[in-house]
Design a binder for this molecule. Structure first.
Ligand SMILES: [Zn+2]
Length: 96
């Protein structure tokens, strides 16, 4: 009945540990991104600015709605997350 059990048993202990560590790294990175890039302000009808890092984000002029701004801001957050993971998210094992 439970899919969880099937996934759990198909992972070796090493895989499971790696998976848990990766998940933990991503979760903590996401928290840092949400804290550091928590909100945005409208600068102009086609521009928003991250209140955390002051990054300027373009909004398509004909689609300057809160929805577009949210999307642009989410893209900004996910870019920050990628950068954070690329910079500090590598797990031990590879020489840097
Ligand atoms: Zn930001």
């Amino acid at each position: 009945m439970s899919i969880d059990i099937e996934i759990g048993t198909s992972l070796s202990n090493e895989d499971a540990a790696h998976f848990a560590a990766t998940t933990e790294a991503i979760t903590s990175a996401m928290q840092r991104v949400r804290e550091s890039h928590a909100a945005y302000s409208w600068v102009w009808t086609d521009e928003i600015r991250c209140r955390g890092c002051n990054a300027s984000l373009d909004i398509p002029l004909l689609a300057s709605t809160n929805l577009s701004a949210d999307k642009a801001f989410q893209a900004h957050q996910s870019a920050q997350l990628d950068a954070l993971l690329a910079a500090g998210g590598h797990l031990r094992g590879k020489a840097g």
